[in-house]
Write a protein that binds this ligand. Sequence first.
Ligand SMILES: *[C@@H]1O[C@H](CO)[C@@H](O)[C@H](O)[C@H]1NC(C)=O
Ligand SMILES: *[C@@H]1O[C@H](CO)[C@@H](O)[C@H](O)[C@H]1NC(C)=O
Ligand SMILES: *[C@@H]1O[C@H](CO)[C@@H](O)[C@H](O)[C@H]1NC(C)=O
Ligand SMILES: *[C@@H]1O[C@H](CO)[C@@H](O)[C@H](O)[C@H]1NC(C)=O
Ligand SMILES: *[C@@H]1O[C@H](CO)[C@@H](O)[C@H](O)[C@H]1NC(C)=O
Ligand SMILES: *[C@@H]1O[C@H](CO)[C@@H](O)[C@H](O)[C@H]1NC(C)=O
Ligand SMILES: *[C@@H]1O[C@H](CO)[C@@H](O)[C@H](O)[C@H]1NC(C)=O
Ligand SMILES: *[C@@H]1O[C@H](CO)[C@@H](O)[C@H](O)[C@H]1NC(C)=O
Ligand SMILES: *[C@@H]1O[C@H](CO)[C@@H](O)[C@H](O)[C@H]1NC(C)=O
Length: 452
Amino acid sequence: MSPRRPTLLALACVAAVASVAVNALSVPFSRVSGASSRSSKDTSSNLFDFQNSNNASSADIYVATLSVAGQDFVIQLDTGSSDLWLDTAGIDLSSLTQTGYETGLSYSDGTVAEGPLYVGNVTFGNFTVNQAFISAPGTNATTNQDRGLLGVGPPLLSTVQSALANTIYNGDTLMNNVLDSDPSLPKFTTFSLSRSFATGKTDGGTFTIGEVNSSFSAITSNPQLDVVSKDRWIVLMDNIIVNGRNVSGGSSFSVSGQSSGQTLACLDTGTTLAQIPRTYADAIYGPVPGSILQESAGIYAVPCDAKINVTFVFAGMEFPVHPIDTVTATTDDNGNIVCYSGFPFSDGSDSSEDFLLGDSFLRNVYSLYDYGSFFNESASPFIQLLATTNADQAYPEFDSLSAQRNQSLLSSRSSSGSSPGGTGSGSSSASPSRTSKLGAMSILLAFGLLII
Ligand SMILES: *[C@@H]1O[C@H](CO)[C@@H](O)[C@H](O)[C@H]1NC(C)=O
Ligand SMILES: *[C@@H]1O[C@H](CO)[C@@H](O)[C@H](O)[C@H]1NC(C)=O
Ligand SMILES: *[C@@H]1O[C@H](CO)[C@@H](O)[C@H](O)[C@H]1NC(C)=O
Ligand SMILES: *[C@@H]1O[C@H](CO)[C@@H](O)[C@H](O)[C@H]1NC(C)=O
Ligand SMILES: *[C@@H]1O[C@H](CO)[C@@H](O)[C@H](O)[C@H]1NC(C)=O
Ligand SMILES: *[C@@H]1O[C@H](CO)[C@@H](O)[C@H](O)[C@H]1NC(C)=O
Ligand SMILES: *[C@@H]1O[C@H](CO)[C@@H](O)[C@H](O)[C@H]1NC(C)=O
Ligand SMILES: *[C@@H]1O[C@H](CO)[C@@H](O)[C@H](O)[C@H]1NC(C)=O
Ligand SMILES: *[C@@H]1O[C@H](CO)[C@@H](O)[C@H](O)[C@H]1NC(C)=O
């Protein structure tokens, strides 16, 4: 079962779709936070810089827009799932085809996106495709103004595709339909999750289909990491380096090509932070003076000034994490700033990988997901990564970024008059490790004719 859960956003920040190249699609997407959704008109708009709240309903997510039945929907982009679902409450769907089938996804926080499957034109960027999606009016899997989720994971993970298999309807994933609509498009997507150090604000990123952002063209020379799962973006990781010390091994898996010491890492933009094995979290946070293990929550409380070097190593190549991402900050009930592990732990809750690496890692790389044989090609699927964090530059800027982060937490609190991290607790009941939404292997709900 997936530990991920939903998060929310502010409509005001959503970027328009824009195009870049003729045979490609580049969609800028926005980062929005629960705090700014409540106070997005504030002049002190610099709220929740770098913030990944430990309250699911106010965590940061990355969103884009697509349109269905003449309506724009703000949706979360998720590499960790493969379905499109929309909260269609109040939307006239009469121009679409109702298939008579239903399906849904449920998440480990108890939220559910379920309902009838419709097929109709869905426009995403310059593409309009005839697309099946889950109509989930009033779903509690969205929070504030986000209206759905677009999974761009491997097609085999799609519950819609399963539900419509052997019917007259095309249940293919949106990525599949988009790539089919233009066979000349290279079959990959890329993500860059940006963070503006100038303003201290994480303000979005770019999602591309079939195109590499020219700023990051070096990625194509980097090692192609074989995807070792049929339905998830999982690759082999060599080790991590914590303050110069190697940590490796302990994998719960043994897959073809996995050498001694290697672990399985799933890259998931739909996860706000991460879920890593307990032993690795102990290695990162245990030695930090003043750190306090909160075992049931799967986190360490750490001093906000903890400046920890963590580097992830794939195919012998090092991908440093900015120290600001290693420690996440929020406010407690009394408005005090408190800090937690940016890489929470969880053992045994995930049956598909050792490491679930969400945005606290992904902000530090440009990532490319090549579908290969997932989409009718002979080549194997692979992932490429390009480091975008320079460890030697990142380390000295930690203090000023941390001060900025503090400042924005305090100012958002005073401007909103409530605990803007939304977390309320900030105590051991807090569970920042479970901040994100992702459909994936979450429990599939079967209805009617659906057979998984
Ligand atoms: C893509 O859409 C944009 C507007 O969103 C438009 O300006 C551009 O010409 C389109 N490109 C192609 C190749 O259709
Ligand atoms: C969400 O809604 C479903 C019914 O659609 C319900 O079973 C579930 O308890 C709700 N979960 C939460 C967290 O409200
Ligand atoms: C769906 O899109 C296609 C291609 O853009 C168009 O030809 C068709 O008329 C659209 N159908 C509806 C119902 O809008
Ligand atoms: C490429 O990435 C840079 C840096 O994130 C960004 O500013 C730019 O808009 C991106 N360009 C395209 C074409 O996506
Ligand atoms: C962390 O990395 C920085 C930059 O590379 C380095 O200067 C510093 O010594 C490292 N700290 C530790 C404890 O390894
Ligand atoms: C640490 O891991 C690196 C790969 O990241 C490897 O090259 C190096 O030999 C390892 N060092 C030790 C002491 O195990
Ligand atoms: C795979 O490609 C072949 C040949 O182009 C085509 O006939 C078939 O429909 C494709 N299958 C899928 C699942 O796209
Ligand atoms: C940020 O706030 C925390 C908690 O009050 C404090 O311990 C830390 O020193 C502050 N950091 C900076 C750089 O001001
Ligand atoms: C999250 O924060 C909101 C607003 O402060 C609060 O209403 C809600 O109960 C919190 N949820 C959790 C799970 O702590």
